[in-house]
Design a protein around this ligand. Structure first.
Ligand SMILES: [Zn+2]
Length: 262
């Protein structure tokens, strides 16, 4: 791939890295990533993926920007209150890196559109804020054979992992068999979340996405990274595939997305 003079300057600090170089940068420019949720995690994800030169970035979200989002959702601004999040994100991303092809899916990811959406991309980064979506995205990525970099945040705690259970390693259901009943685990809207923690975890998630796209370093597949911002503690926990997993186990009971239909 031939870089333009402007690209060589824009991505110079990447190209300097031996592990990235021109080859890695060309891979990023040729990659397509779907980000689920333009919120606290989606914000740093979108910003860093765009700045890094991930060629095609899709975002799926059906929400509009609210004043209470701005404490952490740094891809949006005060002037964007009331606008669709995907359009607000598009404007910010275009300002950072105009050469990115940005695809705004102003919709909620559901059983009806999930396979089509996910199939159009090389990798999915899930920054959604609810369990039904996380399970839907996990199952869809498994069936579509797409790597999934998944993260979640609440209060001062964050977690992140990569799932490639279609080739090896556990899936999200190996960790959490099914979504907890509604109301058991509070949402950020109910329990709060430290804004900067979203930046921390979302930036780690972006880092793992870039590593997966370039095929460098150690994958987080098979590991769960847990961080506690209050105690400034990071832990990396080994995960094993569960042979009893209803999705990726030996005798799967989930063979399509129909369980997600309501
Ligand atoms: Zn599994």
């Amino acid at each position: 791939m031939d870089f333009s003079e402007e690209q060589i300057q824009r991505y110079a600090r990447h190209i300097l890295l031996q592990e990235v170089g021109g080859t890695g940068q060309a891979k990023l420019l040729g990659s397509k990533v779907l980000v689920v949720g333009a919120g606290g995690l989606g914000s740093p994800l979108l910003l860093y993926l765009a700045a890094a030169g991930v060629g095609t970035i899709g975002i799926v979200d059906d929400d509009v920007v609210d004043l209470s989002n701005l404490q952490r959702q740094i891809v949006h601004s005060t002037a964007s209150i009331g606008k669709p999040k995907v359009e607000s994100a598009r404007a910010t991303v275009a300002a950072v890196n105009p050469e990115i092809h940005f695809v705004a899916h102003n919709a909620r990811i559901t059983v009806d559109n999930a396979l089509d959406l996910v199939s159009a991309y090389d990798l999915v980064a899930d920054g959604s804020d609810n369990f039904p979506t996380r399970f839907l995205v996990n199952d869809t990525c498994f069936f579509a054979k797409k790597p999934l970099v998944s993260a979640a945040i609440l209060r001062f705690d964050g977690q992140i992992s990569t799932f490639k259970s279609f080739e090896s390693g556990p899936c999200y259901r190996c960790l959490f068999r099914e979504a907890p009943p509604e109301g058991v685990i509070p949402t950020c809207a109910e329990a709060g979340v430290l804004g900067a923690l979203c930046g921390m975890v979302g930036s780690m998630q972006a880092t793992e996405v870039l590593k997966e796209l370039m095929g460098i370093g150690d994958s987080l597949s098979g590991w769960l990274m847990v961080c506690d911002a209050l105690s400034a503690t990071f832990r990396k926990i080994k995960l094993k595939p569960d042979p009893e997993c209803p999705l990726c186990g030996d005798n799967p009971s989930i063979t399509d997305l129909s369980a997600h239909a309501h």
